[in-house]
Design a protein around this ligand. Structure first.
Ligand SMILES: [Zn+2]
Length: 359
């Protein structure tokens, strides 16, 4: 039987978290949970609800001067004998409790219960966040329904343990390649050893001084690291090739092109191939809706160091931040859990922000 999110459940973000956790929704298998969320949004009666695959978008249309977006994914990583949810004291255990059904539950709870927000609000619930980018529901929306992402500011309710994590760093992976000449190890002077040439690449990496950049009060700490190295043909052959895989995490004041230009400079004289790249996102905390949100939270924001879907919003010119009740340290773990008071506090903070008259 399909799960039903009753008005009583929707009125309580903790009960709603539990109900969402108990609908199993590993990436690719979100039909049932999306149906339940869509039905709850339609039942609210005052939202225009649209659907694209297993993405649901619900919008208020109150003619407010600005529109904000609250977004959360509905999928989880594969379960690990941790369903249904269990409660022990102040903790709720289960797959998705932290990442991020507690956050999506808050958004759905607000969609169902805040009748007169001070902003127009778009609530977005999407699928396939935990798998490759092409399947990501938010990515599909950006390609097929970009108007759903219209807004002046977005909050993603990914786990931050109740902190405001602004912007995010970009990430780039490159292969730095050295070339030599093969020869028999017994007559090595006929060859040129590509593995030895990797020494200079590694020396540049260990001497590298990573930047720390402060933007809107958030400190972003960059990192440039070798993460893998491969080379060698056989134990009696001078190798003609060595590959060093390098991971660059860059602050959001650099674009991808800048980041690549910087890597070309660092590894000047070496062949360089980009294997993966994703831009960062500026914190955008100077926007009025963002400032009002920070006033309500009353705590200084911190920089998001990992890569999250906020950069999809940033790529469309919408500043976005992460704010969710889950503890990111327990995401994807067998003992994944969320602190129940953080769910209530997060729901209250967002409710106060949404209902405080805009200045
Ligand atoms: Zn997540």
């Amino acid at each position: 039987m399909a799960a039903v999110l009753t008005p009583e459940i929707l009125a309580d973000p903790v009960a709603l978290t539990r109900a969402l956790v108990d609908i199993e929704s590993v990436s690719g298998d979100e039909q049932e949970i999306t149906d339940a969320v869509e039905a709850a949004l339609l039942a609210a009666g005052r939202l225009s609800v649209s659907r694209l695959g297993n993405v649901v978008c619900a919008r208020t249309d109150l003619g407010r001067p600005s529109r904000v977006i609250l977004a959360g994914h509905l999928d989880t990583v594969p379960i690990a004998d941790n369903l249904p949810a269990t409660i022990a004291g102040d903790l709720m255990y289960g797959c998705g409790t932290s990442d991020m059904k507690s956050g999506s539950a808050i958004a759905l709870h607000l969609a169902a219960t805040v009748a007169e927000p001070a902003f127009d609000v778009t609530y977005l619930f999407y699928d396939c966040e935990e798998v490759e980018s092409e399947r990501n529901g938010l990515f599909k929306v950006s390609q097929q329904q970009p108007d759903w992402l219209d807004g002046s500011f977005a909050i993603l309710l990914e786990p931050t343990h109740g902190l405001v994590e602004a912007g995010c760093q970009g990430t780039m992976r490159v292969i730095v390649r050295t070339h030599g000449t093969r020869a028999h190890a017994a007559r090595s002077w006929h060859g040129h050893n590509a593995i030895h040439d990797a020494g200079e690449v590694l020396r540049r990496l260990s001497a590298y001084q990573a930047r720390q950049v402060t933007i809107d009060g958030c400190a972003y700490r960059e990192g440039l690291n070798a993460v893998r190295i491969a080379g060698g043909v056989a134990s009696n052959v001078i190798p003609d090739r060595c590959e060093i895989e390098v991971n660059f995490r860059f602050a959001p004041d650099r674009g991808e092109a800048d980041a690549l230009a910087h890597l070309r400079e660092v590894f000047q004289g070496y062949e360089l191939e980009v294997t993966d790249s994703a831009p960062g996102a500026l914190p955008g905390l100077d926007r009025p809706a963002a400032r009002q949100f920070l006033d309500v939270v009353g705590e200084a924001p911190v920089a998001k160091l990992g890569w999250t879907d906020v950069s999809r919003f940033a790529a469309m010119g919408i500043p976005a931040l992460n704010f969710g009740p889950g503890d990111p340290n327990f995401a994807h773990k067998r003992d994944e859990h969320v602190e129940i008071p953080k769910i209530r506090a997060g729901a209250e903070t967002l409710r106060r922000w949404l209902t405080t008259p805009a200045d």
